[in-house]
Design a protein around this ligand. Structure first.
Ligand code: GLU
Length: 418
């Protein structure tokens, strides 16, 4: 199979086979569970400000549709390709299944650096991408959400484009919209809030007081910044933060509120506290209690894993830890890993709440959303910790096994057509 290629897809595949071995899934059942149901590739031509026409490659992968519509973000990033999007869709499947959401995994992307576009070009591209996807998505088929390089405004354009095409407002076609356009309270901070919430669960398990703990957060977008704010709100000293422009470390602690305000105003961290700059790769291996990778895939490799000086890894990003790093971490029992499909599930859980509210046209208070979110995360946390203990496996294997089992069971019960 050459359609899905590349290191990220290989990683998702390798992880799946580790789980399939653990669950003793017969070889002839594995392809059915792993290979994406649908993959869509489109060309998006748009008018640029200088009068040129530029064409951008767009993708959407629907991993499975067995439990309900596909669900997952759409990212705008220069390097996306079909293999990476497929891997991310597969991870969304296990994530949604672990959280018991009625969804299959989906993911989309456009190969573009969004910072290279003007606002108007970004709008043109967002609208054209959704326009190209209209035959393949729908509130009961595939529901998009924000991911790297996209935000509430992009979701509003997606929703508007879809709605204009159908002639009626259909807010439930995407989640992560502005609150004034059918979005839910709490969605913006949901992922980061969940990362901090589960990091506290892990600290508690290790007997570390939050007020005595330190944290390093890699990535300062929507997920990383809210994770940092959530940790700092309960007294954790955030000593390191980074984005694609700079990595900062100060053992005395950084002012994350000021950093978040700076990043919101300037779009980047560079210029905020340049005197504290360190090498981005070194930031990961500096001493801390909580290390939260909240940026891209495959940042903790085998070499870095052997050098880590943290007690908890709270994976805000999707796929930040390679299988080689997992092998190294298996020898380092002092480090507790909150795996991505558990740790960053707050986003899609609140997306599910948004979809439910949109379908019912009945909206909840922020307290209601956050309370339901924390309960859902607590349920998943307990399931994963108990399973890891019972089976004597890593938390990642436990989390993925629960997700894979749920999808497998649904496929088995529904049978094979025809
Ligand atoms: N893009 C986010 C993720 O990777 C959120 C997906 C969603 O809300 O549907 O989990």
């Amino acid at each position: 199979m050459t359609l899905f290629a590349g290191p990220v897809f290989e990683m998702a595949k390798r992880q799946f086979h580790i789980i399939a071995d653990h669950l003793e899934i017969p070889v002839d059942e594995r392809e059915r569970l792993l290979m994406p149901k649908r993959a869509i590739a489109v060309s998006c031509p748009i008018h640029m400000d200088d009068g040129r026409t530029a064409v951008f490659q767009g993708f959407r992968v629907q991993h499975h549709l067995t439990l309900g519509p596909a669900k997952g973000g759409t990212r705008f990033s220069a390097n996306v390709d079909l293999g990476e999007i497929a891997a991310l869709a597969i991870w969304m499947s296990w994530k949604c299944a672990l959280a018991e959401l009625p969804y299959g995994g989906g993911k989309g992307g456009v190969a573009v650096d969004p910072l290279s576009l003007s606002l108007r070009e970004l709008e043109n591209l967002s609208r054209r991408y959704m326009e190209e996807m209209i035959p393949f998505v729908g509130p009961r088929t595939d529901i998009m959400a924000p991911d790297m390089g996209t935000n509430e405004q992009v979701m509003a354009w997606f929703m508007d484009t879809y709605s204009m095409n159908k002639g009626v407002t259909i807010p439930e076609i995407v989640t992560g919209k502005p609150v004034g356009s059918g979005g839910t309270l709490g969605r913006r901070e949901a992922t980061g809030h969940g990362v901090a919430f589960l990091a506290f669960r892990a600290l508690d398990r290790l007997g570390i007081e939050p007020s005595r703990a330190t944290a390093i957060i890699q990535g300062f977008g929507n997920v990383g910044s809210h994770a940092a704010l959530g940790l700092a709100a309960r007294g954790v000293r955030v000593t390191g933060i980074s984005d694609h422009t700079i990595a900062l470390y100060d053992a005395r602690g950084l002012d994350v509120k000021a950093a978040a305000a700076y990043a919101a105003r300037h779009g980047v961290l560079k210029g905020f506290a340049d005197a504290a700059a360190v090498s981005p790769r070194d930031l990961l291996t500096l001493p801390c209690d909580v290390l939260a990778p909240c940026a891209v895939e495959r940042v903790i490799d085998g070499e870095i894993a052997a050098k880590l000086q943290c007690r908890v890894i709270a994976e805000g990003a999707n796929g930040p830890t390679t299988p080689e790093a997992d092998e190294a971490l298996a020898q380092r029992k002092e480090i507790f890993v909150v795996p991505d499909i558990l740790c960053n599930a707050g986003g899609v859980i609140v997306s599910y709440f948004e979809w439910v509210q949109d379908l019912q046209q009945y909206f909840w208070s922020r307290d209601e959303v956050m309370d339901k979110l924390e309960r859902a995360l607590d349920r998943s946390w307990s399931k994963v910790v108990e399973r890891a203990e019972k089976d004597g496996v890593s938390t990642r294997t436990a989390a993925m096994a629960i997700g894979v089992e749920r999808v497998r069971e649904a496929k088995r019960a529904r049978g094979l057509f025809p």
